[in-house]
Design a protein around this ligand. Structure first.
Ligand SMILES: Cc1ncc(COP(=O)(O)O)c(C=O)c1O
Length: 437
């Protein structure tokens, strides 16, 4: 009964669920069909589909302004432009991240400065952010990674002290709550991706929110055609550009995606709660198991979305069992699990070599008055943790599955209590017991 499935035993996981994400019901199909029948499939001015989504999202968050964009990446770029980030500026950001949260800093012609993370929440460590601030720092780009809100009070305090703008990338954390307030509204500008795997899935889409008209209008100016610029630019310094914007770029959302996002709003909190309940079963069970640490959630926050479920693997507690062998054993037991998929940005050639298209843009701009380059060893917490991280896909687990996760816990227990069976097992790709992570 304890024979590991990797060696021919019976798998611990016997329950199979038909997980689907996004969940598309008749209501979504009907809403899109209605839109198609109306013919309003492009938003040259300011169409109802976009307006309703923006109004509803702003009302839900309690934000003054919401702006729907073609995707989350466009919303991030718009946020940086709105914040006035430009050539020679530095933006502090974490390296363990999605590419766009860092890459859009380059799109704003600015230089990313990598800061370390808190080992529990995996989000920016305010003490390390403080160490990285220079006279060139213009903004802090915060990501609520895997749905866990970052330490916003401390980061906002730092920003006030040094006159920085705080942009929150809440693309993993729709509906998350930090000390009683919704994520996305805690900094100066908040951004949400609505890509199909996110907690509020529109297929593709993004939302930017802010309390300040100045930021809203500048975000519009970056990439909106004149129809809407004419309607929504009020500040004189911006109205001058109502016929051109910043040159005709176009980041507006497709109305079909806007309709889908608004329809999904009806369910997303309930689905967040189901996902949370499921994952709580896993977290409770895994807490007692040697060699692994389930994700930490601070007592004064509610995770939004729970976009990912990161587990820390400590092979030292399991007699040096290589991560790859551990993963293979769990997968054979029927656990859907993989090694962490986000690379560390500061070690990727794009950011390490600082010469993506020749000429060293944007690090080599005249306005960049100092050399900024993160090297291996510069982010000790991030670099120590990252190779240990395993991930269970969680965003699609929005139907009750406590029973399945109870079996996952059994599978973890079975593998960790029987590691001696793996002593002679060699993975087909050559990984062997005793190899370093
Ligand atoms: C943290 C984070 N920010 C931004 C984005 C970009 O959003 P989009 O794919 O909608 O452009 C993503 C997408 O995966 C993300 O995970």
């Amino acid at each position: 009964m304890n024979k590991l499935a990797l060696l021919g035993g019976s798998p611990a996981v016997t329950i199979h669920k038909d997980f689907r994400w996004p969940i598309i019901s008749e209501a979504e199909i009907q809403a899109v069909a209605d839109l198609l029948r109306s013919g309003a499939i492009s938003d040259a001015g300011y169409g109802d589909a976009t307006r309703r989504l923006e109004e509803d999202w702003a009302a839900y968050l309690g934000a003054e302004f919401a702006l729907a964009r073609v995707d989350g990446t466009a919303a991030l770029h718009s946020a940086l432009f709105a914040a006035g980030v430009s050539a020679g500026d530095e933006v502090i950001v974490q390296s363990y991240n999605w590419i766009a949260t860092v890459g859009t800093i380059l799109a704003a012609n600015a230089v990313p400065v990598f800061a370390d993370i808190d080992p529990l929440t995996l989000t920016l460590d305010p003490a390390d952010v403080r160490r990285r601030i220079t006279p060139r720092t213009r903004a802090i780009m915060v990501v609520h990674l895997w749905g866990h809100p970052a330490a916003m009070d401390e980061l906002n305090a730092l920003a006030r002290e040094h006159s920085l703008v705080v942009i929150e990338d809440a693309s993993h954390a729709h509906g998350g709550i930090y000390r009683g307030r919704k994520v996305g509204t805690l900094g100066d500008i908040g951004v949400f991706s609505l890509q199909a795997s996110k907690a509020l899935p529109a297929g593709e889409g993004g939302l930017l929110v802010t309390h300040r008209r100045e930021y809203f209008e500048r975000a519009l100016l970056l990439a909106q055609s004149p129809g809407r610029l004419n309607l929504h630019l009020q500040l004189e310094e911006h109205r001058r550009f109502k016929n051109t914007g910043f040159g005709g770029f176009k980041y507006r959302i497709n109305p079909i995606n806007a309709v889908l996002a608004r329809q999904q709003m009806e369910h997303f909190e309930e689905r967040n709660e189901i996902r949370q309940r499921n994952l709580d079963v896993l977290t409770e069970g895994l807490r007692e198991i040697n060699g692994i640490k389930p994700p930490y959630t601070a007592p004064d926050v509610t995770r939004g979305g729970y976009y990912g479920y990161p587990i820390e693997y400590n092979s030292e507690e399991l007699d040096g069992l290589p991560k790859e062998t551990f993963l293979a054993a769990l997968q054979a037991e029927g656990v859907e699990i993989a090694a962490e998929r986000y690379p560390l940005m500061h070690l990727e050639p794009m950011f390490a070599e600082q010469n993506p298209i020749g000429g060293g843009w944007p690090w080599s701009f005249n306005q960049a008055t100092r050399q900024v380059r993160a090297r291996e060893g510069d982010l000790p917490v991030t670099e120590k943790l990252h190779p240990r991280l395993l991930a269970i896909p969680s965003y699609n687990k929005a139907i009750p599955c406590e029973d399945l996760f109870a079996q996952y816990v059994q599978a973890f227990r079975k593998v960790t209590q029987n590691i001696e069976q793996l002593r002679t097992w060699a993975a087909p790709n050559g990984h062997q017991r005793g190899n370093a992570e």
